[in-house]
Design a protein around this ligand. Sequence first.
Ligand code: FDA
Length: 372
Amino acid sequence: AKKVDYLIVGSGLFGSVCAYELNKRGKTCMVIDKRYHQGGNVYCEAVEDINVHKYGAHIFHTNDKKIWDYVNSFVEFNRYTNAPIANYKGELYNLPFNMNTFYQLWGVKTPDKAKEIISQQINNLNIKNPENLEEQALSMVGTDIYEKLIKGYTEKQWGRNPKDLPAFIIKRLPVRFTFNNNYFDDKYQGIPIGGYNKLIEGLLEEIEIKLNVDYFKDKQQWDSLADRIIYTGKIDEYFGYRFGNLEYRSLKFEQSILNQQNYQGNAVINYTDTDTPYTRIIEHKHFEFGKQPKTVITKEYSQEWKPGTEPYYPVNDQKNSKIYNQYKQLADDESNVIFGGRLAEYKYYDMHQVIASAWTKIKRLEQYDRVD
Ligand code: FDA
């Protein structure tokens, strides 16, 4: 007999939810991860007693009460509400675009006046068929919002002039005519009290886990331990990059400890001009309303991804989707290996979506077991 029913490659949210759900159903699991810590990209590191979101700001939000109750059963969530600020050449604006933003831009005090200015700007531009991202954005929000709050940020994010980016990247640009700075429309939102590690620890409490091990260094030996594999790493890597690399946008994080209690007064400030090289500054303590004497901030730079660097955002353009589909076909033929999560599915998943997806995959396995 094999040592365990399931070997799970990757201890991120996808792998951890699978491990918990399988264990609950009486299956034995072992989780391995090549990093020095568990949790994948939701991992937090305590610095100056502040939970630092090591791989970028993570704000949990969902409309699904089942998912909200699930995560809260492992760790209580606080009432953090994401309300980012934009800094454009030293001017501050509320995000997402709402009545506060319009007051700051034009001094208007009523929804009617704000609507009038926006439609005037859109009409003056007279864009019939937007042919690139710039025209697409301009035709939805007009000149001022685009120039001050979208243009520079987008250029930095993609490393390209918005005129050279396809229009389809921006499908909607929500504009709100209420004084409401809450970034998400979802019913539930918050941050785990004590950080995301508590959530992962709860999920993996009864699971054997081995860190600092790369599955591919000893694939055969790992495979021999389990009946089935759940693989949450990169799909192109699994198949030896035989169809080429799938591309990503990457990020660089520059973290510093400051000897002051409160640096910027908000967790997230976006820098929307191109004079500032970074896209945003995160001040981590504000996610948990921290009162520590010092503070930790992270400057986030958007970067081109190169093989060997951390992959963050999949580039789901035609070229990469075609390559992905080739890998997907091989994956479908791989019996006893389940591919899931953001890297194995080459898909941007929010945390609540990755949980839902893990649930679905486990349910499918359960059905499969019954017919087995
Ligand atoms: P994840 O990458 O976390 O886990 C995969 C694991 O597999 C890693 O630990 C890796 O080390 C391991 N692994 C890979 N290859 C291996 C190998 N060969 N051997 C062993 N181990 C291997 N979501 C949200 O809801 N709100 C938010 O605010 C944000 N913010 C955000 C910011 C940024 C910058 C990013 C990139 C993403 C977000 N997200 C988010 C999304 C969120 O991070 C995401 O949904 C989950 O972390 C995905 O979990 P996975 O388990 O799929 O991948």
